[in-house]
Design a protein around this ligand. Structure first.
Ligand code: FE2
Length: 295
């Protein structure tokens, strides 16, 4: 969750709206709660213990709504690997789990754990921590008025998206690969390229099954509105250079998604790219410098 999402929200009636119209951007009571939870991350040292959250009944209700919607959505649209990984995560249906409840299971299966984030995390820290088995996750919950869409990553995204991924050894190894690669470079430009490839693979990637692109990325797995919408967007064959050349901080759904032929294809492609990746990769491949993708 290293970037602020600016996708188009979908109302309960299915109406598309502008991200800045989302109630999570203007409800002052909501923002006070969100900001108070985000502020806990100030000064957090990666891997240090942190307190849980006393969630309200309304927040638990939002969780239940999303949990109920995502089950059938996963069965219909998620790739087999993601569905299998989801079964390994003990995600409660009735209440929001604490990070401290999720992390031990991840640790046992893949060596990963959540570490506390309050929102945007710089690429160097966000990606680099993955080498050491830490994934930055937030504690706050999306606005209750639009439970099936969030304009920014929340605890639901982090549990249903990254928590699922990080319960599977093969998927977790891809996060470590990004971490190791990020820690080999120093420049913002190189880290930006990596973050865009991360975005179009681990956040928004698709895997092809019997000729059909299926949701693989964490952002798709955790968004009821997005997981099915990939069926109506432009889907291209996985192309790392093209993915690295696309900006991703946009208003609206990602207009282009990339589909690997299989998980093995994604592993091989990312592995080969990351093995060669260095400070000069961008200029060597003619990848354009893009505006910073944070707001
Ligand atoms: Fe994410």
């Amino acid at each position: 969750m290293n970037t602020v999402w600016k996708q188009t929200p979908i109302s309960a009636e299915g109406r598309l709206g502008r991200p800045d119209e989302h109630p999570g951007r203007s409800d002052q009571d909501y923002l006070r709660r969100r900001d108070a939870l985000a502020a806990r991350a100030a000064g957090h040292r990666v891997g240090a213990p942190y307190a849980g959250v006393d969630y309200t009944e309304a927040e638990h209700r939002t969780w239940r709504t999303v949990h109920t919607a995502l089950g059938p959505a996963h069965r219909a649209h998620a790739c087999r690997e993601a569905q299998d990984a989801a079964e390994a995560v003990d995600v409660p249906a009735e209440r929001i789990p604490q990070h401290a409840e999720i992390s031990p299971g991840l640790r046992a299966r893949t060596g990963f754990a959540f570490t506390l984030a309050g929102g945007v995390v710089p690429n160097e820290r966000f990606l680099g921590s993955m080498e050491h088995g830490y994934f930055h996750a937030v504690q706050f919950v999306r606005h209750p008025a639009v439970p099936l869409y969030t304009p920014e990553p929340d605890v639901i995204h982090d549990v249903f998206g990254h928590g699922i991924h990080l319960s599977d050894p093969r998927l977790a190894e891809l996060y470590r690969l990004f971490g190791r690669t990020a820690n080999r470079v120093r420049s913002e430009e190189a880290l930006d390229i990596l973050s865009r490839i991360y975005w179009f693979t681990l956040e928004y990637g698709l895997l092809t099954e019997s000729g059909t692109p299926k949701a693989f990325g964490a952002a798709l797995l955790s968004s009821f509105g997005e997981i099915a919408a990939h069926t109506v967007r432009e889907v291209r064959a996985l192309d790392i250079r093209a993915a690295a050349s696309l900006p991703y901080c946009i208003s609206g759904y990602q207009p282009v998604l990339f589909a690997a032929r299989s998980l093995a294809h994604l592993e091989d492609t990312l592995g080969a790219f990351c093995a060669e990746f260095d400070e000069d990769t961008g200029s060597r491949l003619g990848i354009p410098s893009l505006p910073r993708n944070r707001t």
